[in-house]
Write a protein that binds this ligand. Structure first.
Ligand code: NAD
Length: 552
């Protein structure tokens, strides 16, 4: 595996000239040394003063802080990434807490909604049904030949915002930036892909600036054939690369995961990554309540990818803690757009069936909460405001410390705000959200809501998987990741009400998750390398640091 410098191919291609300023992987801007300016033939093409990376960071931050809206900040950061990759990652890593909500949720949601209007430069690969039969040829157009990790979307369910067609590309690009910033995956190993199969979003279809394919979404066999061709093309061009499916509609997401999980190296972050981060949150919450996972009764609002993904991993965890599968499922309950998921309901989709308990039907969430008396409620419905005051007051009535996770993204879709959760439970809720909320002060006490951000899990998971060349990705790896993340929450964090570690620790957390996932890969016989004597060191040595290359 090429560890830290993998852009040598570029260097060989352009031995001298202005390309060094135009290729973001090679560009050092005002940091090119005197000797480099002569050797590369760029003397006079940059201002004469030579600046350090730190000085460049200062300038970038000055410009960034002058931007008056989050969307402007997003555009500015993407433009920096297009100009100077090293500087972009230095800035991002040094200001991750501040910039995560810009390059990821919530701002990335707005950026996707505005994608065709704010578009400047392409990033990643776009494939469509028009290119059927040519996917492999298209992948060969990508300049980096050692791709190890691919994030692909078909744009059908972008965050909680629905079908955004080709404009969903902001998600794979954003996620891959996080892979690099949070876990040190070298940018040249990463490839964002959008498969444009049309859109059912009429606003987009009527937008004169929309540049996706203008027909309704392809479904059925024709759709499956496109995905199959893509997966095959990846095996041909980048054998064994990890394929992360991202923001697919749930009619496809579960099917594709089941179809490919034992065939290639793949996972679905919305299902499995979310599950891991939510389970870690539960483990963190249980460190506060002092209770066991198997003693919990969890009621989900929303029974889609996130919800049943979390449910399935909780079931795996409970089985590891001694319950039978039936006993574990009995502790997880779901209410979707049609009401409580129970046996008497007709036409339930496959992923909900294991949770269809023999119980009376309740159409409304509040009634289900009162009837079931859960210890935890988890919102993954994409429907804002559903954790109402009566719901939260009921939770506080029969729980000393009610666990309340409002995970829907972006912020505008959250089932309740942090303030609502704390105020309506008299400050007793253990709260986490999908998008960040500011700390809340109530009667002199400050509560710091945790963010159940998938970025705690998937970058470390990806780093582990590609470092040991795992053939497949398993639920046990996500379980190990959840436990590792929960173990990294300090007593201090818990005292402040936060069940996740601070984002500034994310590189160390990711490294530990990579080690944990890799251990499982070795245990399960899925790793394709000889086990290194010092696994943590082996992982750490693979983590990219944004420092400028030296040209000679
Ligand atoms: P999905 O489309 O697969 O599932 C949505 C579910 O919500 C469906 O079961 C649907 O029936 C249900 N639903 C819709 N309206 C409802 C209503 N009025 N009452 C009850 N249920 C209703 O989507 P998903 O992938 O499961 O994502 C759902 C939400 O979770 C999104 O907002 C997404 O951003 C969020 N999410 C958060 C995280 C995180 O915080 N880490 C991770 C993944 C997804």
């Amino acid at each position: 595996m090429p560890d830290k410098m993998v852009s040598g191919a570029h260097v060989a291609e352009f031995s001298r000239g202005i390309h060094y300023l135009h290729d973001p992987a090679l560009n050092k801007g005002t940091a090119f040394t005197e000797a480099e300016r002569d050797a590369l033939g760029i003397r006079g093409l940059v201002p004469p003063g030579i600046q350090t990376l730190e000085e460049q960071v200062m300038r970038v931050m000055g410009n960034y802080n002058r931007k008056t809206s989050d969307l402007e900040k997003y555009i500015f950061l993407v433009a920096l990434q297009d100009r100077n990759q090293t500087l972009f990652y230095r800035v991002l890593m040094d200001h991750l807490e501040e910039m995560m909500p810009i390059i990821y949720t919530p701002t990335v949601g707005l950026a996707c909604q505005e994608y065709v209007h704010i578009y400047r430069r392409p990033r990643g690969i776009f494939i469509t049904d028009k290119n059927k039969g040519r996917f492999s040829e298209i992948l060969r157009n990508w300049p980096d030949r050692d791709v190890r990790i691919i994030v692909i979307t078909d744009g059908e369910r972008i965050l909680g915002l629905g079908d955004l067609g080709v404009a969903g590309m902001g998600i794979p690009t954003g996620k891959l930036s996080l892979y690099t910033a949070c876990a040190g995956l070298h940018p040249a190993l990463c490839l964002p892909v959008t498969i444009d199969v049309g859109t059912n979003n009429v606003d987009l279809l009527h937008d004169p600036l929309y540049f996706g394919i203008r027909h309704p979404r392809i479904r059925g066999e024709a759709y499956d054939d496109l995905i199959e061709e893509f997966v095959e093309a990846v095996q041909e061009n980048f054998p064994g690369a990890l394929i992360q499916f991202e923001d697919f509609g749930n009619m496809n997401a579960f099917r594709l995961l089941n179809k490919y999980r034992n065939r290639v190296c793949t996972f679905n972050d919305d299902i499995q990554g979310t599950a891991s981060v939510a389970l870690a949150g539960l483990y963190g919450a249980l460190r506060i309540t002092g209770k066991k996972l198997i003693d919990q009764k969890i009621l989900f609002l929303g029974a889609g990818e996130a919800g049943t993904g979390i449910g399935d991993l909780i079931v795996t965890a409970m089985i590891h803690e001694g319950l039978s599968e039936a006993e574990a499922r009995q502790r997880c309950w779901f209410l979707d757009s049609e009401g409580l998921v129970v046996k008497s309901r007709e036409k339930l989709s496959g992923h909900k069936l294991p949770y269809a308990h023999d119980y009376e039907y309740h159409p409304h969430f509040l009634d289900a909460v009162k009837a079931l008396r859960p210890t935890a409620i988890i919102g993954v419905s994409g429907q804002p405001g559903k954790f109402t005051r009566p719901v939260l007051m009921a939770m506080a009535e029969f729980n000393e410390r009610p666990i309340v996770f409002a995970l829907s993204n972006p912020t505008s879709r959250s089932e309740c705000t942090a303030k609502e959760a704390y105020v309506w439970t008299g400050g007793r809720a253990i709260f986490a959200s999908g998008s960040p909320f500011e700390p809340v002060t109530l009667e002199g006490k400050t509560y710091e809501p945790g963010q159940g951000n998938n970025a705690y899990i998937f970058p470390g998971m990806g780093l582990g998987i590609i470092s040991c060349k795992a053939r497949h990705v398993t639920n046990e790896m996500f379980l190990a990741a959840a436990k590792t993340l929960a173990a990294d929450v300090s007593k201090n964090d818990l005292e402040r009400g936060s069940i996740y570690p601070p984002l500034k620790q994310i590189r160390e957390v990711s490294a530990k998750i990579a080690v944990a996932a890799t251990e499982i890969a070795f245990d399960q016989g899925l790793a394709a390398i000889v086990k290194p004597a010092d696994l943590p060191e082996f992982i750490r040595a693979r983590m990219y640091e944004p420092v400028y290359p030296v040209y000679e």
